[in-house]
Design a protein around this ligand. Structure first.
Ligand code: MIG
Length: 819
């Protein structure tokens, strides 16, 4: 016993000595390269180059050259233009400016420092901890200011601010995850640092198992590193956090504009079968007038849970069923896992084997492991030929009218093994740009299996229906997967605590470049109480992907299951979402161009306000709406903070009264106390927002009947936009879209709303625009459109709003309300 302890102690103390941590070394020589510099130290090469004035890439390699490398995350066309830098060497540093930021590399330890134009340090290598290697491992240490906050990293299940926490990037089938579980389903090695209103970003372009530590190990430094692969990271200089996300998504790609139906309400469960049950769900939705667009089919539609088959007993005429649901304006999305049955006579297996498309064990035999279909084989998705082949397998589903594909289990998940995934030495083949392929192990590819799986699906669907925007949903993801698929946060639970994690997880994904995100509304594992499902439906209506889903064997979880009172509330919130669709679609379109997420933490809109710097219990839905849900089961009232400025209550249209000083925040914001009844969820509108709405429809397939409803909330910087197109095709890329911007101007004697001339050639569904202007102080003296006096306006004293309807026009119009 004594001896064993002694041996253990020796071993423990010997570990750091045994390890071969080797530091990067001092700079010996400098050469200029396009956009920056390349340095040689005693043992390494370091290259620091600006890709654009606000994006700098930093690469390290042992030895005296950098290997050629392909990235899974970085897109070919970033749109960046490298600035010409003019590096200056002094006795102890080399420095250059990109035009927007200054990069300095100190010769001692090749210490990299990023500075703002006014020479303030944004991010710097730690003075005492140089970049180090240990065999294939590496680690980078950065100084960590006491007042800096950290965000992003994908779907991590903790508070919004990652300070004082550490995380591992290793895609994991994390069924039963809890607050703090790590790793989880996705690996997005990108974070945003925020300090005093200024943001920067760091993306470690490395697919191996990596880790990030924001002061858990030491309060002195943050660090990141990986088990293997290249030390290759990007620095994004904000200082506006939206700029950081814009640059990060320029580098790794943005969400393509989704089909409109995908923004509707989606009903799912594991699983709806047989056909009669699917039809019943569809007719209940329609009969009860619960707007909806999608019904999901989970693994029971398959024969023996085998992808690309059909269970003929449950679904004797699948195509007919899909067609009939389409008649009810409901789309079908089917689950398609990436594992294929290792089964003779099963076409995908036979084809895949003949085409040599499957992953292999190190001895060259096909890797076989148990998942849903039983013994299974796995397509080698990092090969383009394999992706192309896999994409063709969707032909029959698409032919039968299936409108979206749900790729699950793509971490990849494997049954009956403690690691829940493949052996690390499983062999993957990877295309090499310029031709040929290389072999590598699962250690490198694990985190991009899901990414390349949805890459195959997205491309495959596009090839099968070139005029139709694909809808793909994925569970696993890597940096850049946003360009192929929407994602959800996996198997949550029907508990208040999981419901509460809706905000931090989805907001973190948004900050990580992932706009189209949602969670299983109501919870997957277990059955929610009536109140919990009602609350979750309310929040879900304001999340980008709005999908009710639950596990096998749980109780029914559709909106109507808890009686008419709950059903009425849930319906009201789904309806609210459908009325808001013009706004939501406009936000999605914007996000597809800029990367700005639809669901945003407050600091993204109000970066300078310290009051809201780390708030993860409220969020902005676009720039105009602030959602502040009740997040716990507790009966107590809860606090809400409204950033400085004026706000309106979204539901009543009334201005929020400025409270007396105790209720002001240090930054001049407003503190409220909320105690919403079960039927209510507080939503506020930023004064200055103009928010387009539409008449209620039961599905996005229906044309709204009536005018576009433009709700104007006067305030400073008053503006809004509406975007529309056919919602389905790519014609918008050829100019078939409609975009109109609105502004408003408030003077003591008038309110003026300017409607700019729309751009694009698409003709939207509305013939009239119904304006409602809130916050007005009484009936106006006159209302004019241009110079023409209008008489049929209406003033509503209860909501202090003025309503007037005007015809659409391709010309610019001005509405003037005079007092
Ligand atoms: O091993 O397809 O996260 O949404 O319903 C479980 C069945 C497999 C996990 C997914 C869940 C889905 C379920 N799947």
């Amino acid at each position: 016993m004594k001896i064993a302890t002694a041996v253990l102690l020796v071993l423990m103390s010997a570990t750091p000595l045994l390890s071969q941590w080797q530091s990067v070394g001092d700079v010996n020589s400098v050469t200029h390269v396009p956009g920056g510099i390349e340095l040689r130290t005693s043992g390494a090469t370091v290259r620091v180059t600006a890709l654009s004035p606000s994006v700098v890439r930093v690469r390290y390699a042992k030895g005296d050259s950098l290997p050629k490398r392909d990235s899974f995350a970085v897109v070919e066309n970033t749109g960046f233009t490298a600035p010409s830098t003019n590096p200056k060497e002094s006795a102890d540093a080399i420095e250059f400016s990109t035009g927007k930021l200054i990069v300095r590399v100190e010769k001692a330890s090749a210490r990299v420092v990023f500075l703002s134009p006014d020479n303030k340090v944004m991010l710097q290598d730690h003075p005492n901890y140089p970049v180090v290697w240990n065999g294939s491992e590496f680690r980078v240490y950065k100084s960590m200011p006491a007042d800096e906050h950290y965000f992003g990293l994908g779907d991590k299940a903790g508070p919004l601010d990652h300070r004082d926490s550490a995380f591992t990037m290793w895609n994991m089938d994390a069924f039963g995850w809890q607050q703090g579980t790590d790793p989880v389903y996705k690996s997005i090695p990108f974070f945003i640092g925020m300090r005093g209103g200024a943001a920067y970003g760091v993306f470690l372009d490395n697919t191996w198992r990596s880790s990030f530590d924001f002061g858990k190990q030491s309060r002195d430094y943050l660090s990141f590193g990986s088990d293997g692969g290249d030390l290759d990271y990007y620095f994004f200089y904000g200082p506006d956090p939206k700029q950081v996300i814009s640059d990060y998504t320029a580098l790794t790609g943005r969400m393509p504009l989704p089909p409109l139906f995908a923004l509707g309400f989606q009903q799912s469960r594991y699983s709806y079968y047989p056909e009669s049950r699917v039809r019943r769900i569809a007719s209940e939705l329609r009969k009860r007038k619960i707007p909806a667009d999608v019904i999901y089919l989970d693994i029971h539609y398959l024969d023996r849970f085998t992808p690309f088959t059909l269970n003929k007993e449950y679904f004797p005429d699948f195509a007919k069923m899909v067609g009939d649901l389409a008649q009810q304006n409901l789309k079908v999305v089917t689950i398609v896992d990436l594992h294929l049955a290792n089964r003779k006579g099963y076409r995908p297996f036979e084809e895949g084997a003949a085409g040599d498309h499957f992953l292999k064990d190190p001895d060259g035999s096909t890797y076989v492991a148990p998942v849903w279909p039983g013994p299974s084989v796995f397509p080698d998705f990092t090969r383009e030929a394999t992706r192309r082949w896999f994409g063709t397998l969707y032909r029959e589903l698409v032919g039968m009218g299936v409108r979206g594909i749900w790729n699950d289990m793509n971490e990849p998940a494997i049954f009956e093994t403690p690691t829940k995934t493949m052996p690390l030495d499983t062999v993957h083949r990877v295309d090499v740009s310029g031709g040929g392929e290389r072999k590598t192990s699962h250690r490198e590819i694990h985190n991009v299996v899901g990414h390349e799986n949805v890459h195959a699906t997205y491309d495959g669907l596009l090839k099968l229906q070139p005029d139709s925007r694909p809808f793909v949903l994925t569970r696993a993801a890597f940096a850049g997967s946003q360009r192929y698929a929407a994602t959800w946060t996996g198997d949550n639970q029907a508990t208040w605590s999981h419901y509460g994690m809706t905000l931090p997880t989805l907001l973190s994904l948004g900050l990580s470049g992932y706009t189209f995100v949602g969670n299983d509304v109501g919870g997957f594992d277990g059955s929610p109480t009536a109140d919990l499902l009602t609350r979750w439906m309310q929040v879900g209506a304001f999340t980008p992907l709005f999908r009710n889903h639950t596990a096998f064997g749980t109780r029914d979880q559709e909106p109507w299951v808890h009686g008419p009172e709950h059903e009425a509330i849930r319906r009201r919130f789904i309806e609210a979402r459908y009325r808001l669709l013009p706004y939501i679609y406009t936000l999605f379109e914007e996000s597809s161009r800029t990367g700005t997420p639809v669901m945003r933490p407050l600091f993204l809109e109000f970066p300078k306000e310290q009051d809201v710097a780390t708030i993860g219990t409220q969020f902005m839905f676009g720039p105009g709406l602030l959602v502040a849900p009740k997040l716990t089961e507790m009966l107590d009232p809860y606090p809400i903070v409204l950033p400085k400025g004026d706000w309106y209550d979204y539901w009543t249209g009334l201005r929020v009264e400025h409270p007396a000083s105790p209720a002001r925040t240090p930054g001049g914001g407003t503190r409220l106390t909320a105690e919403p009844s079960l039927g209510e969820m507080p939503v506020f509108v930023r004064a200055g927002a103009i928010i387009p709405h539409q008449p209620l429809v039961q599905s996005t397939e229906e044309t709204p009947n009536g005018p576009l409803e433009l709700r104007v909330y006067p305030g400073s910087n008053c503006n809004g936009t509406v975007y529309a197109d056919d919602g389905k095709s790519f014609e918008y890329r050829k100019g078939q879209f409609f975009r109109q911007r609105f502004t408003c101007d408030l003077t003591p004697k008038s309110i003026q709303v300017d409607m700019s001339a729309p751009t694009g050639s698409f003709v939207p569904w509305w013939k009239q625009v119904a304006l409602t202007i809130y916050g007005t102080q009484g009936a106006p003296k006159e209302v004019k459109l241009g110079t023409r006096l209008l008489s049929d306006w209406k003033y509503d004293p209860a909501s202090k709003s003025l309503s007037v309807t005007v015809p659409v026009s391709r010309e610019k119009m001005e509405l003037t309300v005079g007092y």
